[in-house]
Design a protein around this ligand. Structure first.
Ligand SMILES: [Zn+2]
Length: 352
């Protein structure tokens, strides 16, 4: 049996994607839980939910919004569907995926009463329609999906948790089983963790360097291998555990970590400041950044009048130590800037 959910509100993002050669739309929501539950119960956690809509479902919603003279970016929707947990993370960016069976535009956002009536009306309508369900395009009951489910998504050679997209069917002891892409084709690189990412994780979460290193080293073998880019051979690993500080990690073909996503609930609070460049202290082990990277940041700055991201710094022994964004810092220096936007960890009073 599938789990049905309803998400409603203003989406935080709408993204066109391609899945199984189908053009689809991902609509991301952030759900914070119901305010009317009893005080005695614990609070529901904030969850990001990605609803998957067909192109025609999305076009219909968009048209309804436009016909009302509203902007799509401000419109609210209600989406009902079945929960999926085995879609690749580049499609379902949220913690939970929902395969849309019913999508509705819910105009009249501000007044709670009206909203309720609208929702109530929709509910009643649906009751009348009975239990007819739209066709399920995603539950392709192919052999791999069946075996993937049968073996809980675990490689029968090495025990790696995997999305079915990075698994292959192989024969073991006269039986067909699923094994990971690496065991099937012998392509697993040696993963390495650079100091930069250890520092970044420690900085952003407040964990010790040792703890951060351990988390990063264990990550690809402890959690799920969910995506492999056939062309570039970049691979992504994802943690399903909502209490694990790391959400996902991407490695290049050589096994070097390229990208680290930390779970929102693991992040320490930060303050955004504009600081004089001379106030930042640069750790000695920082290598001179790649000139192309610096040039890229300078071009970006000239076009947007700001960098794509602030640099990260932390107050240590009375100094503002730069933790990430050295190439932006160098670019700012080259452009003779006096100050730079800094995301500062912890308490920090603004002087001057
Ligand atoms: Zn394996």
């Amino acid at each position: 049996m599938s789990l049905k959910v309803t998400v409603s509100g203003k989406p935080i993002a709408v993204r066109p994607v391609t899945y199984d050669n189908q053009a689809l739309f991902c609509v991301d929501f952030e759900e914070k839980g119901n305010a009317s539950v009893s005080k005695d119960l614990p609070k529901a956690s904030a969850v990001m939910i990605t609803a998957l809509l067909t192109k025609s479902q999305w076009s219909r919603l968009k048209k309804e919004v436009e016909d009302k003279g509203e902007q799509v970016s401000k419109a609210e929707f209600m989406i009902e569907g079945d929960v999926t947990v085995d879609m690749p993370m580049d499609i379902v960016e949220g913690e939970i995926g929902v395969i849309c069976s019913q999508a509705t535009y819910t105009p009249g956002e501000t007044k709670g009463g009206e909203r309720k009536t609208e929702k109530h009306r929709l509910k009643q309508e649906r009751k009348k329609e009975g239990s007819q369900r739209p066709e399920k395009k995603f539950n392709v009951n192919d052999k791999k999906a069946r075996l993937h489910a049968e073996y809980d998504g675990v490689c029968q050679d090495c025990g790696q948790h995997c999305d079915k997209k990075v698994m292959a069917i192989k024969e073991r002891n006269g039986k067909e089983v699923v094994v990971c892409f690496d065991c099937a084709y012998g392509e697993k690189p040696r993963f390495s963790v650079s100091v930069k990412f250890v520092e970044l994780l420690a900085f952003k979460t407040g964990m010790s360097m040792q703890e951060s290193q351990k988390h990063l080293e264990e990550f690809p073998s402890s959690y799920a291998f969910i995506h492999l880019d056939k062309k570039t051979k970049t691979r992504t690993y994802w943690s399903w555990d909502p209490h694990h500080p790391i959400l996902k990690v991407t490695y290049n073909r050589k096994g070097y970590m390229m990208d680290l996503h930390i779970r929102k609930n693991a992040l320490l609070p930060t303050t955004l400041l504009e600081l004089p460049l001379s106030d930042l202290w640069i750790p000695e082990h920082y290598a001179e950044p790649n000139p192309k990277k610096i040039e890229g940041h300078m071009t970006y700055y000239r076009e947007h009048h700001s960098f794509d991201e602030p640099v990260l710094a932390q107050k240590k022994d009375g100094k503002c130590v730069l933790m990430d964004g050295y190439s932006r810092y160098v670019a700012a220096k080259k452009m003779n800037h006096e100050t730079i936007k800094v995301e500062m960890q912890g308490e920090m009073s603004v002087t001057n």
